[in-house]
Design a protein around this ligand. Structure first.
Ligand code: ZN
Length: 286
């Protein structure tokens, strides 16, 4: 297992951790300011959100690299099924392609894909997953020709109805195996997998080539909002070292990306402090 106690060059920032650039969340820092603050602190990479960069993908990708950082990813493709999609299948495909193009402009290593909730009226996780796999399979070639890996992220089962009918690493790996395309991979997020005792064996089954990202945060024992009350690493109940061990035993050696959605705590703090805490926790508890 990698030793991060004196080297955090494998640490990446997912910009959601600074509250995006939303009114009332975080300090409204510009992408440029985020890049400089991460570079000063020795982060290795940044993962951006589409809402933050708009049409500036190419420019921000170049700016990130000129500061000595990589772009570890882009969040995200549209929800593919369920109540939060941008429309019917064609609208989903169109927006999915746009997300791939932005990721390509950015030079992002991967594009995060969230399945979306169970298809309305279907009452069927199985049927919903089939449609998700069908759309992801349709997009695989376009992703490859754009040089962007698709990182399908299973979410915690609490999101099954709204954001992700894909709720286990097992199902995500099955989907990758069925599609069998080298650009269809998974992302592993502590928040979504910390409870899963089959994690290590499922990640081994996935193998290094099918794991495109590892996301860090913590699950607070007294969480009061499953979307916007994530914990900073070390503040919750997840066994962070064991989870990383499982990811690395499967062969993953890429960035560890801090992704903390925290509307009432971390998003209210000075982003400089948040970044300092990310580095300190990464070195000590991850
Ligand atoms: Zn994540």
């Amino acid at each position: 297992m990698r030793n991060f106690s004196e080297d955090h060059s494998d640490l990446a920032l997912n910009t959601a951790t600074l509250g995006h650039l939303m009114e009332g969340c975080g300090a409204g820092w510009s992408p440029e300011r985020i890049i400089d603050a991460c570079a000063e602190r020795g982060f290795g990479a940044i993962a951006w959100w589409r809402r933050e960069i708009g049409k500036r993908g190419f420019e921000i990708g170049e700016r990130t690299r000129s500061a000595g950082l990589e772009v570890s990813g882009l969040c995200r493709a549209p929800f593919l099924v369920g109540p939060l999609t941008p429309g019917g299948r064609q609208e989903v495909i169109d927006d999915f392609k746009l997300a791939i193009e932005i990721a390509s402009d950015l030079g992002a290593r991967c594009l995060t894909v969230c399945a979306g909730g169970v298809i309305e009226g279907s009452h069927s996780i199985t049927e919903s997953l089939k449609e998700v796999a069908s759309i992801v399979a349709d997009m695989a070639q376009y992703a490859e020709s754009s040089g962007v890996r698709l990182a399908v992220e299973p979410l915690h089962p609490v999101y099954g109805a709204s954001r992700s009918c894909l709720v286990t690493v097992r199902d995500a790996v099955n989907m990758c195996e069925d599609i069998a395309h080298p650009f269809v991979t998974i992302a592993v997020d502590v928040y979504h997998v910390w409870w899963d005792i089959s994690l290590a064996s499922e990640l081994k089954r996935a193998g290094a080539d099918r794991i495109a990202g590892y996301h860090l945060c913590d699950w607070l024992a007294d969480t009061n909002d499953v979307l916007l009350d994530r914990g900073m690493m070390g503040d919750g109940v997840a066994d962070l070292k064991a989870i990383r061990q499982a990811v690395e035993n499967a062969g993953y050696s890429g960035y560890c990306e801090v992704e903390v959605f925290s509307v009432n705590n971390w998003w209210k703090r000075d982003p400089s402090e948040v970044l300092d805490v990310c580095v300190e926790r990464f070195r000590t508890v991850c």
